[in-house]
Design a protein around this ligand. Structure first.
Ligand code: ZN
Length: 353
């Protein structure tokens, strides 16, 4: 006898609605946890309710995996976590990779249609493998100096996009593209960054519009169409002048938009620099002068993506009165637990908005 449960998830194989999932049987793991087996009426596949989550097919008790991941995301290096939980460091890294997939899926689903007045963006220096690798060191896309580029919505402290890679125009363009995709269609915020020149090119590339000129009724060739930044785009830069390590002057300038309508005090990256501090604290390879630097770019990216989901959905910053950035932006009605983030892709999850 198949009985239908009031589920709020979806089929992890064919995305069918939860109402198409039917309960079949249950079994108990060694750890005492009960696992339900479900069957989808659409794709006719059977799977357990841990399918697609960070815990699927792991022999280690769920609680231990969750605890290890929590220790890692709060700034403990993988070796330390491995010693506390008495597992191999590689095992911890494998768990982090699973967690990153969950966090990414949840983040992509929830952090969308964001409305904000200001976006700040910047990048954090770090390296993978070696700061100055020789040619035999391996793939230059993986080893060497890599920056963590971040874009943040100022009011809600929502982390919109992150790109881990070399400090190039491509990385900057990808960051702007990713951040713009998370915005609501009618949202045209003021972008603020430091004075790095490729940022301007990145903005033009992403927000370009083509102007076609009307052919005049006189002789001669028609004027060729022109590519210009969208007139709704507003972008300002904070340029800091330093002598040695000492800051001597800060100038703010409007790059795109009507200068008279943009108050210069609005152009700022202060709050993102505060987030950078938090990021360095929580993502172990980004600690200063650490021996736990990332061994390849992918490892750094994995940790960063995990922390992005955790920071947006689970971790309230000090300034938002106990709310997470997703709550502050009105995208989630509650503070997510770490377990909720790790089981996001499950057939049965409790609180998907
Ligand atoms: Zn299905």
């Amino acid at each position: 006898m198949i009985q239908t449960l009031p589920l709020t998830g979806h089929c992890p194989r064919c995305e069918a609605d939860a109402r198409r999932l039917a309960y079949q049987r249950r079994y108990t793991l060694k750890s005492g946890q009960e696992v339900r087996v479900l069957r989808c009426r659409d794709c006719r596949k059977t799977f357990c309710d841990r399918f697609g989550t960070a815990f699927y097919d792991l022999k280690t008790p769920e609680e231990k995996v969750r605890r290890a991941l929590h220790q890692g995301i709060e700034g403990l290096c993988p070796e330390a976590v491995a010693r506390i939980e008495q597992v191999h460091p590689t095992t911890v890294q494998r768990w982090v990779a699973r967690a990153a997939l969950q966090a990414q899926a949840a983040d992509q689903k929830v952090i969308t249609h964001v409305t904000t007045e200001n976006i700040e963006w910047d990048e954090l220096y770090s390296f993978a493998g070696a700061k100055h690798p020789d040619e035999a060191a391996g793939d230059p896309a993986e080893v060497g100096q890599h920056w963590t580029h971040c874009a943040m919505a100022r009011e809600s402290r929502l982390w919109l996009a992150v790109v881990v890679g070399p400090r190039t125009e491509e990385s900057a363009t990808k960051l702007v593209e990713d951040a713009a995709q998370r915005l609501a269609p009618a949202c045209w915020p003021l972008w603020s960054s430091d004075g790095w020149a490729p940022y301007v090119t990145a903005q033009v590339l992403v927000f370009a519009v083509v102007i076609h000129f009307i052919h005049p009724k006189r002789r001669g060739r028609p004027k060729a169409p022109q590519v210009v930044p969208d007139p709704r785009l507003r972008y300002g830069q904070v340029v800091k002048e330093r002598v040695g390590r000492r800051l001597i002057a800060v100038t703010r300038r409007v790059v795109f938009g009507v200068a008279e309508l943009i108050p210069l005090s609005q152009i700022s990256t202060t709050l993102l620099e505060r987030l950078n501090g938090t990021i360095r604290q929580h993502i172990v390879p980004l600690h200063r002068k650490t021996r736990s630097f990332a061994k390849c770019r992918t490892a750094l990216e994995t940790q960063t993506l995990f922390f992005k989901g955790y920071d947006n959905l689970c971790r309230p910053p000090g300034t938002l009165k106990g709310k997470t950035p997703a709550q502050a932006a009105g995208l989630s009605d509650h503070r997510w637990t770490l377990r909720e983030l790790l089981t996001y892709n499950a057939a049965v999850t409790s609180k998907i908005p």
